[in-house]
Design a protein around this ligand. Structure first.
Ligand code: GCW
Length: 678
């Protein structure tokens, strides 16, 4: 992936890189990891292993060196320099690079900070950037988390890259080296938390809380711990019942509370730095407090009390909606659900509870507005949930680089406390002064040799970590950085890979469901075009296309009132046809096919044009990639080419199904006379 270990040809090892001195307790595993990663990277780059010098508090070594050290352990002069550099950095995970004489020092307050600093230096080395340049970096989000939807049987829900890295046949069963490499990849992009099992918790994973499974889980935690990553488990709210211990899982029943306390105590005996529970409750048939007439606050707080003595967190998902809706009822609206459930509970959750909110109000579509729960909840810890795995964005057969979408989400101004109330500031907890916050991404990896099935899908994992650390980064720059780290620094290769990545989300949006209307996919697996796949189902994802028009009226004036969940001026922006952005038009409004967009085109002509353009964009990507033949190793070159060719066929299928569907609905021909099947 992006931690390539090819030699850096034509470069001599710069003198300071020949020696390493570490200031800190040698028994600190994360600090040793930092030193080991740096040593490994230098050796890979130059074939020379840095000499490890003994630290001394009063004398610098004679030869130039790279130092890594915890601030209090540093020799006096360097200590002052380090403390000053880190002055403004609030996070424990922050690091600074300072240079003294010809030496380079990575300094931090914690071993984890040093690890991130070491990876920063490695990145500079591979990117050919100046190693000495002073810098300080502090993560924007305290929690930078991956949610694995892995099942104990080895399958991965919505996984497109093989089987689980952690489980086989109902057992915790993993390749230690592979998992350690995975931990390296994650630490290198700043990830510090991982939930290792699916939020849909089945009977076997329910037993993860028992002595039968905890030793194996602890072995996984041991690996991740060395890389500064805390382990979380998804839990089944009905565990006390399903494990046969109690007749009830009522969160207000004292026996249930005691049961969870005992479970937490047991987990912490095995995993002293256990992160906590991730919970999907009362959602898509998962059990939860509703069964007992209780609400989310009752359920989450009960678990939070069990974890609090150990410093654990409850991450409670806001993905709650009625999945038994009636398509006939145009007043009910799935988009409203999360807000309607959680805003009345604002301020009632304990301090170690976070509500994890999907970025959009429906479900990870290629285009959705931002969930109004961001800015709706003011006295509750929240966390942003993104989907790295490409369930609705091409399933890692199509290239779809998601960082530009995520960036729009992070930058979105909710106006919850006036201008500048961005999702990035809310998710980190800063806007409302919350004690906890962060970002979670649903993982896109499996045991496939290249981790993500599609090699280019690695860029999404990379970008997720980089944006969770620093949402101000530019997605194009992240793409460039990833391309160079992954494929080497030939300018043309880097430029082309960047261009393909940056063209990919717009292309995917262009040839799939138009103008924010969403879905139109095959039921179940959610891949490929099926315009009415969900139209008459219970899942609440309708587009209401008829012969005159299409879209969901979510206005306050005549529709479901969803727009009312936003703060002004966002509310009015979406409420009115004149101001609603084109790309979200059909999410908020039902309009005739002849409605003129801000772009000047009619809705129907926009649909035709974008679907032809989307296919053209894929054709361009194939040509661009082909020009890289011989300049990328043949294995990765051919694999990506095969995926792009497959993507072309898939894009054609989408184009023809969608265009024909709308042509048949409205009978309006393409004004450019292209072939649309009658
Ligand atoms: O997008 C839907 C997926 C489900 C998933 C659910 C969720 C884990 O289709 O597979 O279940 O969201 O986020 O809980």
């Amino acid at each position: 992936a992006w931690l390539q270990e090819t030699p850096l040809r034509g470069l001599a090892c710069p003198p300071p890189l020949r020696a390493l001195v570490v200031f800190g307790s040698p028994s600190e595993p994360v600090l040793e990891t930092a030193a080991a990663e740096w040593t490994r990277a230098v050796q890979a780059a130059f074939g020379e292993r840095p000499v490890r010098l003994q630290p001394s508090l009063d004398a610098y070594p004679d030869a130039p060196f790279v130092a890594m050290g915890l601030v209090p352990e540093l020799p006096l002069g360097l200590r002052e320099l380090a403390a000053k550099a880190l002055e403004a950095a609030v996070s424990d995970d922050a690091y600074a690079i300072v240079s003294t004489g010809g030496n380079i020092a990575v300094v931090a307050h914690t071993p984890a900070g040093l690890l991130y600093g070491a990876f920063h230096l490695i990145r500079r080395l591979r990117l050919g950037q100046p190693l000495h340049e002073p810098c300080v970096s502090s993560p924007h989000n305290a929690l930078r988390m991956l949610d694995h939807w892995d099942n104990a049987d080895g399958t991965i829900e919505r996984g497109y890259a093989g089987q689980s890295l952690f489980y086989r046949g109902g057992q915790i069963d993993f390749d230690e080296r592979r998992v350690a490499d995975y931990a390296r990849l994650l630490a290198s992009i700043g990830i510090n938390a991982i939930a290792i099992n699916n939020v849909n918790v089945h009977p076997i994973e329910t037993r993860f809380l028992t002595e039968a499974y905890l030793p194996g889980i602890a072995r996984l935690a041991d690996i991740f711990r060395r890389y500064g990553i805390r382990l979380f488990l998804s839990i089944n709210f009905a565990s006390p019942v399903d494990l046969g211990d109690l007749p009830t899982a009522d969160p207000l029943d004292a026996r249930v509370e005691a049961w969870w306390r005992a479970a937490a105590d047991r987990i912490y005996r095995h995993i002293p730095d256990f992160g906590g529970f991730l919970v999907k409750a009362d959602s898509e048939f998962r059990p939860g407090p509703f069964t007992y007439g209780r609400d989310h606050k009752d359920g989450a707080n009960m678990l939070a009390r069990a974890l609090a003595p150990h410093g654990g967190l409850v991450i409670w998902r806001a993905f709650v909606y009625n999945c038994l809706m009636d398509w006939r009822d145009r007043r009910s609206d799935r988009a409203r659900a999360a807000y309607d459930h959680f805003v009345p509970l604002d301020g009632l959750f304990l301090d170690n509870v976070l509500i994890q909110i999907k970025h959009g109000p429906i479900d990870f579509q290629v285009r959705e507005p931002v969930s109004p729960l961001f800015g709706g909840l003011r006295s509750t810890n929240v966390m942003l949930e993104l989907q790295i795995t490409q369930e609705y964005t091409g399933q890692q057969r199509d290239v779809c680089y998601l960082a530009p979408m995520w960036k729009q989400v992070l930058d979105f101004d909710t106006h919850a406390r006036g201008e500048g109330s961005t999702v990035a500031e809310i998710a980190r907890g800063a806007l409302f002064g919350r004690p906890h916050g962060g970002m979670a991404g649903v993982a896109n990896v499996g045991d496939s040799p290249n981790w993500t099935g599609h090699s280019l899908a690695q860029a999404n994992l990379y970008a997720f970590g980089r944006l969770a650390w620093d949402p101000s980064l530019d997605p194009a720059e992240i793409a460039r950085e990833w391309a160079q780290l992954t494929y080497g620094d030939e300018a043309d290769v880097v430029r082309t890979v960047e261009a393909i990545l940056m063209a990919s989300w717009p292309a995917y949006e262009a040839y799939t469901a138009p103008l924010g209307v969403g879905f139109m996919v095959n039921p179940g697996h959610h891949d490929g075009p099926n315009p009415e796949g969900y139209e008459y189902s219970k899942w609440g994802t309708y587009h209401y296309a008829d012969w005159r028009g299409i879209g969901v009226d979510r206005t306050m004036a005549t529709g479901t009132g969803f727009t009312g969940q936003y703060h002004e001026p966002v509310r009015s922006l979406y409420e009115h046809l004149e101001t609603c952005p084109d790309e979200l038009l059909l999410f908020f409004h039902h309009v005739p096919y002849t409605h003129a967009l801000h772009s000047g085109k009619t809705v129907i002509q926009h649909i035709y044009d974008t679907h032809f353009d989307g296919v053209e964009a894929v054709a361009w990507m194939i040509e661009a990639w082909r020009r890289l033949a011989g300049r990328i190793d043949p294995v990765r070159f051919e694999r990506v080419l095969a995926r792009l060719l497959d993507q072309y066929d898939r894009a054609v299928e989408w184009r023809d199904v969608i265009n024909t569907y709308f042509y048949r609905k409205c009978g309006i021909p393409d004004d450019r006379g292209r072939l649309i099947y009658p």
